[in-house]
Design a binder for this molecule. Structure first.
Ligand code: ATP
Length: 363
């Protein structure tokens, strides 16, 4: 199975800013790598360059033992010779072929015997729930049905390397869940290498073995889903992951909440002046009664409850801490009421400290 190595790749479409900026990334055999980031961060460009649908401006791309793109060496292997399964948002089905013929297309190219092909088409169309439409043309299908045909067409040929760009974007939430489970199962079963583009953090967290977070063309962090969630390398990653987002206390401003955060930092031997901000996720905060004997070392934010909002199975508590809104999520509402004076408490391991350049500091 192929490993993909992106070595210092740059993409410039002609403007002042590079769409992808010196990206180093290795995608190992059997990885399910999700490229995650906000709109315009360069995810699609990256995956199109791996596919060969876009050439790179500088650097090199290696798939297995083959350098497939290296402008300085004048090397470029066209997409059809890269042996990759593709499903792109914009990678259309053949409009003049029926669903069955679309799914059959790659098998025919590979010269698989006819009976075997028919069996495989029937298998894949059933698996993806499009068997009732096999005789229809793409124009006669909904967007979600077309996406499933595209997935069936790709999976039919059992590719060792799959590139998927938002392949589930047109599906409703239930179907999306089902297809995620199916993709995960296929990945586990066939041990394929997958590169999957999404802007949906839950999709990335549930599917990926590793996640690469990008922002403005620059890779921010690569790691397992839990790694990037629990130990974000910088403030961008910390802020991008999590709903409701992480609470940040700014250390550069003279506020009451800064005093609380400074107390925490000092207990851990970090000078408050070295920190730019202290972050804590809503689900890491416990809403507790004020307790002056609380052991130092925890992050303790005294505040007043402003509102308690049901979020379907859990509650989001909004509290005024100094001059700032801080959010905590809890599974038990208990007797919490607006107006209550409380302490929002997190253990040290759940407090994230960032320096004045927004880089993570270990405490
Ligand atoms: P989205 O989630 O919105 O699809 P993305 O992360 O996939 O975004 P890209 O589509 O890779 O981002 O775009 C990265 C940057 O490159 C953007 O600033 C975009 O405007 C620019 N860009 C993309 N394609 C082209 C093109 N063909 N010509 C010029 N600029 C482009």
């Amino acid at each position: 199975m192929p490993t993909i190595t992106l070595d210092g790749i740059v993409k410039n479409y002609g403007g002042d800013q590079n769409a992808v900026e010196h990206l180093d990334l290795t995608i190992d055999d059997g990885d399910f790598m999700c490229l995650l980031g906000p709109s315009g961060c360069g995810k699609t460009t990256t995956v199109r360059m791996i596919a060969g649908l876009e050439n790179i401006t500088d650097g090199s791309i290696t798939i297995g033992d083959t350098v497939v793109d290296e402008p300085r060496a004048n090397r470029f292997v066209p997409p059809e010779k890269r042996d990759i399964g593709l499903v792109f948002q914009s990678y259309a089905l053949w409009p003049h072929l029926t669903v069955a013929d679309n799914v059959d297309y790659g098998l025919k190219l590979r010269k698989m015997p006819k009976a075997e092909r028919a069996e495989r088409v029937s298998q894949m169309t059933q698996k993806l729930g499009i068997a009732p439409y096999v005789d229809r043309y793409p124009a006669q299908l909904s967007g979600g049905q077309q996406q499933r045909v595209a997935l069936a067409r790709m999976l039919a040929v059992n590719p060792k390397l799959m590139l998927l760009d938002e392949p589930l974007s047109n599906l409703d939430s239930r179907l999306r869940l089902e297809m995620r489970a199916e993709l995960k199962r296929i990945h586990d079963e066939f041990k394929a290498t997958v590169v999957f583009v999404t802007h949906d953090q839950w999709e990335a967290m549930t599917l990926a073995t590793r996640v690469a977070v990008m922002n403005q063309g620059v890779l921010q962090q690569v790691g397992s889903p839990m790694d990037i969630y629990d130990r974000p390398r910088n403030r961008f990653v910390a802020n991008f992951l999590g709903v409701p987002p992480m609470n940040f206390i700014e250390m550069g401003e003279e506020t009451p909440q800064r005093v609380y955060a400074a107390r925490f930092l000092e207990a851990h031997g970090v000078p408050a002046s070295a920190a730019g901000s202290v972050g804590v996720r809503p689900e890491a905060l416990t809403v507790a009664q004020p307790d002056p004997s609380r052991p130092s070392g925890d992050l303790v934010l005294p505040g007043r409850i402003e509102s308690v909002m049901p979020t379907g199975g859990s509650w989001t508590v909004e509290a005024a801490v100094g001059g700032q809104r801080v959010y905590a999520t809890t599974l038990q509402r208990g007797s919490l009421q607006p107006g209550d004076e409380v302490e929002l408490v997190a253990p040290a391991a759940q407090a994230h400290v960032f320096d004045t350049d927004d880089e993570r500091v270990e405490v």
